[in-house]
Design a protein around this ligand. Structure first.
Ligand SMILES: Cc1cc2nc3c(=O)[nH]c(=O)nc-3n(C[C@H](O)[C@H](O)[C@H](O)COP(=O)(O)OP(=O)(O)OC[C@H]3O[C@@H](n4cnc5c(N)ncnc54)[C@H](O)[C@@H]3O)c2cc1C
Length: 588
């Protein structure tokens, strides 16, 4: 008798529960669910005589770029090996586990027993990469700075390669909120802001970094910001919200453009598409290990490794170092700033480990400002990741301690808020907002995945009234009510007598209320290689290293002691483009 392909539903699965693979004389498809990084992940797996024939992703909330290899490489390997007894994709372990659990669930429902992996089937064919190759420009690190450099160099006619040590591209730029400060941008006039300027932006940046930033470099960033943003909008086709801006702490004007989706996915997707269109090879799993110099001290290439094999990439024009920061390297963070010890989790991507800084140092680069490490104040107490949903803070959400009191201006600098939180009972705080604020912020809508995940984790809830908020947070209700009454009595710009909220407090008298618990995490490393305003890497003696440029979080002179929100994206794109253009020109 012929069986038709079928989806085993939950009800039918019960009936099939005890069946064995031999029952199926024809392909059978069963659905299974696992939990990925951002929630449930469901697949439909087709089995034929106990072997997996096909896996289709039915629904997933995973980041499409971070989890790309999970849904291609890992999925194909599961099919080839007919097993889930496999290594996770590095950098995407939660998504890998979600897929494996989903396939196991489907197998269970189909009554199929999956075995141990056939290691021969699993062994991937080595990539046919030449061991020694020559390009005009070699860019190291496929985050926003690296992509900007590679695309600019390629568009200038150079033969470019982009190397990335992780299995997936994007780095911190991908998981970033990706809001980008641009004075004089096209949204500001719609919001009545007509008095912003690159000079004012530079002044804010310098002041925000306690005067430790390099004003020449800062000025290059702020004066090229508008052009960089237009390049993203018009050339890369990055979509920005048309009539909304972010007002980050430490800025005197609301000036941060917001990409669709409020994350770096919008940028990295467009970067990758442009790189594909231009034919730029992006080699993942390729880790830069050592810069090569000629007898005159010019950087002429880089030695890199993939799966333990060494590869040499020669660069006629030069190398652009765009390897990001070291926020995910706990030892390195503690070495340069012992106050930020192992108690701190991190908001950063797993590749943000900074060893390329030592590689640059060995080539003569000066490392500066390494002890200036920023913590982000509002993060998930369990994973350490930023609670993007609590960006409602920028539109009026208040920060409360366990006693139900405000304790800091919510738009203060990140370091100020982080330290203030650590000084509160338990070293955490609660972020509280209502629909009045949520309507402007759209954060619950934009970050529905977080909303679901934090609620499941038990660190967030939604309430109709403050009694429910007090019950959930265990704050004293009377104090919470008193705090909210006081906030309601001081709404509007210039009226916050307690903490001088610079944008003005918002009315919190009506629900729904949203409340989430938060702690600070290590977020941004301000230090790095010294560059000049041309993105050239500079030695301790103040000389430039020929053939070596750097851009982005790997550099250490823009932000001083403290990066203002929204300035990193401006920095990576402005200096990525400068470095890419210069390296391409040097190849001619
Ligand atoms: C959660 C979060 C939210 C943020 N929100 C904002 C925001 O809203 N606005 C803003 O301006 N900034 C924000 N930032 C900061 C900003 O996103 C980063 O500073 C910026 O994206 C860094 O870009 P980059 O290209 O320099 O480095 P990355 O994007 O980190 O890219 C560096 C890449 O280099 C790779 N690499 C490292 N070493 C090697 C090696 N040896 N060989 C090969 N490859 C290597 C890494 O794996 C990585 O992919 C945020 C950061 C985080 C973590």
């Amino acid at each position: 008798m012929q069986f038709k392909k079928s989806i085993i539903t939950a009800a039918a699965a019960l009936a099939f529960g005890a069946a064995s693979a031999s029952l199926f004389a024809a392909p059978v498809t069963a659905e299974g669910t696992g939990v990925g990084k951002h929630g449930d992940l469901t697949v439909a797996v087709t089995f034929d005589n106990g072997r997996i024939q096909d896996i289709k992703v039915v629904s997933s909330k995973e980041n499409p770029i971070l989890a790309k290899k999970v849904f291609t490489e890992l999925k194909d390997t599961i099919i080839a090996a007919n097993s889930t007894d496999l290594d996770m994709i590095s950098g995407a372990t939660f998504s890998s586990k979600g897929l494996i659990d989903a396939v196991n669930d489907a197998a269970k429902k189909a009554g199929v027993t999956l075995g141990k992996a056939d290691k021969k089937a699993v062994k991937k064919a080595a990539k046919a990469l030449p061991k020694n190759a020559t390009y005009d420009v070699v860019v190291i690190g496929a985050g926003g700075a690296g992509f900007s450099a590679a695309i600019t160099a390629k568009a200038a006619g150079a033969n470019v390669v982009l190397l990335e040590k992780m299995p997936t591209v994007g780095g911190n730029s991908l998981i970033s909120g990706a809001e980008m400060n641009v004075a004089g941008n096209w949204v500001q006039p719609k919001l009545g802001i007509t008095d912003d300027s690159a000079e004012l932006h530079a002044k804010d940046t310098f002041k925000g970094g306690d005067g430790k930033g390099d004003m020449k470099v800062i000025n290059v960033m702020t004066h090229n910001a508008l052009d960089a943003a237009k390049w993203c909008r018009d050339y890369l086709k990055v979509n920005f919200e048309a009539d909304n801006l972010f007002f980050f702490g430490g800025h005197s004007r609301k000036r941060a453009l917001i990409p669709f989706g409020h994350t770096g996915t919008e940028f990295i997707t467009k970067f990758q598409a442009k790189a594909d269109e231009l034919g730029i090879p992006v080699i993942t799993n390729m880790k830069a290990e050592e810069l090569i110099k000629d007898k005159d001290g010019r950087v002429t290439g880089v030695k890199a490794t993939m799966n333990g094999e060494e590869y040499t990439f020669n660069a006629k024009g030069g190398i652009v170092l765009a390897t990001g920061g070291f926020g995910a390297n706990k030892e390195m963070v503690k070495k340069y700033n012992p106050k930020i010890d192992e108690r701190f989790k991190t908001t950063d991507a797993p590749g943000t480990t900074g060893e390329a800084l030592y590689m640059a140092e060995r080539a003569g680069a000066e490392l500066v400002n390494m002890g200036y490490i920023q913590t982000y104040p509002i993060c998930d107490p369990i994973s350490g990741v930023i609670e993007l949903i609590a960006d409602a803070r920028f539109d009026g959400a208040v920060l409360l301690n366990q006693e139900g009191k405000r304790f800091v201006e919510e738009l203060q600098r990140r370091d100020v808020i982080s330290h203030a939180i650590l000084d509160q009972t338990g070293g955490y705080c609660w972020v509280l907002w209502n629909d009045n604020i949520g309507k402007i912020s759209n954060t619950v809508k934009e970050h529905a995945n977080e909303y679901e995940a934090f609620t499941k984790q038990g660190i967030m809830t939604t309430c109709d009234d403050l009694k429910c908020v007090a019950d959930f947070t265990k704050m004293p209700f009377d104090q919470l009510q008193a705090t909210v009454n006081r906030v309601n009595s001081m709404t509007g710009k210039g009226n916050d007598k307690d903490f001088n909220h610079r944008a003005g407090l918002m009315d919190l008298s009506q629900g729904k209320y949203y409340v989430v618990k938060a702690v600070p995490s290590t977020h941004h490393t301000m230090g790095g290689v010294r560059i000049n305003e041309k993105a050239e890497v500079v030695t301790k003696d103040g000389k430039t290293i020929p053939g070596l440029w750097a851009a982005g979080e790997v550099t250490g002179v823009t932000h001083g002691t403290n990066r203002l929100g929204g300035n990193a994206y401006t920095d990576i794109i402005v200096f990525g483009r400068i470095a890419g253009a210069a390296a391409a020109a040097a190849a001619k």
